[in-house]
Ligand binder design. Structure first.
Ligand code: GDP
Length: 372
């Protein structure tokens, strides 16, 4: 039929094409529903995401593009509530949503830095919280508070829940974030840790009233709202296959790798990034996934070396044909700084040093005050 069908859980228009987008339902499920003529009016048609939530108490993430996301933020802006913005502290620059405050209006935003388990044990948490506050400010976010958590390891989730309760002041809570920040993992933790939530999930909503948001009832009649993740196009993830992605994503706390370098030396981070150091002598520290190779070579030979070994000794990437060429950027650190390659990690360089960085075209790289 050409009839439009909507999920009774989240209101998304049902579709059978893309399981990473809102409203996905398996063709076979939909067929079964349509063939099975509707004598029973109470039958409910749910998208896969709502089905899983209802039956397994589990959030799965779906993704949307910028313009849809803006519509969603706009609908949130119309309502009263607390925004919980989840960012990935390993990839802050790649996961912050520029203009968030502008789009949601004058709302309180609680900034949650997820994946704190990835930082080296030596990290000073207070300093990081200050850093997160500072970064929020730079991105126009007037954060009401900030907290570091690990959704996966359950670090600080209790504290976060108390914080949310304090700041929501009896209102709804909207959880927003870019894809891959761990938003779903975090919400699933919250569901698992809230004793009252579970049985309430069976309440259904009216179709078409929401923009792909999922409401998780809280104990006072208000909701914790999961929203789809916004896709950031410049994330390194778009240029790598699943296997490579596993390698660049750290699973254990980052172990600092220190190099004492002279000028004319280059470090390759596998085949993904290249750093040329332009000072007479410097101590640099790499913070990247342990599965990645850090290879030192002479700068004069570096280009030739890369061409010869990328996809072979220098992997990831494994699919060299689809991988963008490396593009040159140059940075001068006036203070002790991190050069951050979005999604890959960072290298800390001393003050008054210069570095030339090559990253795949389309991937962002920036400089910040050292966080460690
Ligand atoms: P979403 O797209 O924002 O919903 O993110 P997911 O919840 O699907 O998580 C994205 C990836 O980050 C997955 O590979 C998770 O295993 C991982 N992840 C989520 N939370 C954490 C965390 O606290 N620590 C670490 N190290 N990884 C996490």
């Amino acid at each position: 039929t050409s009839e439009r069908l909507y999920c009774v859980g989240c209101g998304a228009e049902l579709q059978t094409e893309d399981d990473t987008k809102p409203g996905f339902i398996q063709n076979s499920t939909l067929k079964k529903y349509l063939e099975n003529d509707s004598e029973d009016d109470s039958r409910e048609l749910l998208c896969k995401r709502c089905f899983r939530l209802r039956n397994y108490n589990e959030i799965t993430d779906v993704n949307i593009e910028d313009d849809e996301f803006l519509k969603l933020l706009d609908s949130i802006a119309q309502e009263d509530g607390l925004i919980v913005n989840v960012v990935d502290i390993f990839d802050y620059e790649g996961s912050v949503i520029p203009g968030l405050q502008r789009f949601v209006g004058d709302k309180d935003i609680l900034v949650v830095g997820n994946k704190v388990d990835l930082l080296p044990k030596s990290v000073n948490t207070n300093r990081l919280l200050n850093w997160l506050q500072q970064k929020s400010k730079e991105n126009g976010i007037k954060s009401i508070d900030q907290i570091m958590v690990s959704a996966e390891k359950g670090i600080n989730v209790d504290k976060l829940m108390r914080m949310i309760d304090k700041y929501r002041k009896g209102r709804d809570v909207y959880v927003v974030g870019t894809t891959n920040t761990g938003k779903s993992t975090l919400i699933n933790r919250i569901i698992a840790q809230s004793s009252n939530v579970k049985n309430l999930i069976t309440t259904s909503r009216f179709p078409g009233t929401t923009l792909d948001r999922i409401d998780i009832p809280l104990d006072d009649g208000h909701n914790l709202v999961d929203t789809p993740g916004i896709i950031h196009k410049y994330q390194l993830a778009h240029y790598l296959n699943d296997q490579d992605l596993k390698i660049i994503t750290p699973k254990k706390p980052l172990r600092p790798s220190t190099f004492q370098l002279r000028d004319g030396q280059t470090i390759f981070v596998s085949g993904i990034a290249r750093f040329d150091f332009l000072d007479e002598k410097s101590n640099v520290v790499f913070y990247v996934s342990q599965g990645l190779l850090l290879h030192r070579t002479k700068t004069v030979n570096a280009t030739e070396y890369y061409e010869k070994h990328v996809g072979k000794d220098l992997t990831p990437p494994t699919d060299v044909d689809d991988f963008p060429v490396l593009k040159k950027h140059e940075f001068t650190a006036h203070r002790r700084s991190d050069i951050v390659v979005y999604g890959l990690g960072w290298v800390t360089i001393p003050e008054n040093t210069k570095v030339r960085v090559y990253v795949p075209e389309g991937v962002n790289v920036s400089i910040r005050d050292a966080i460690i």
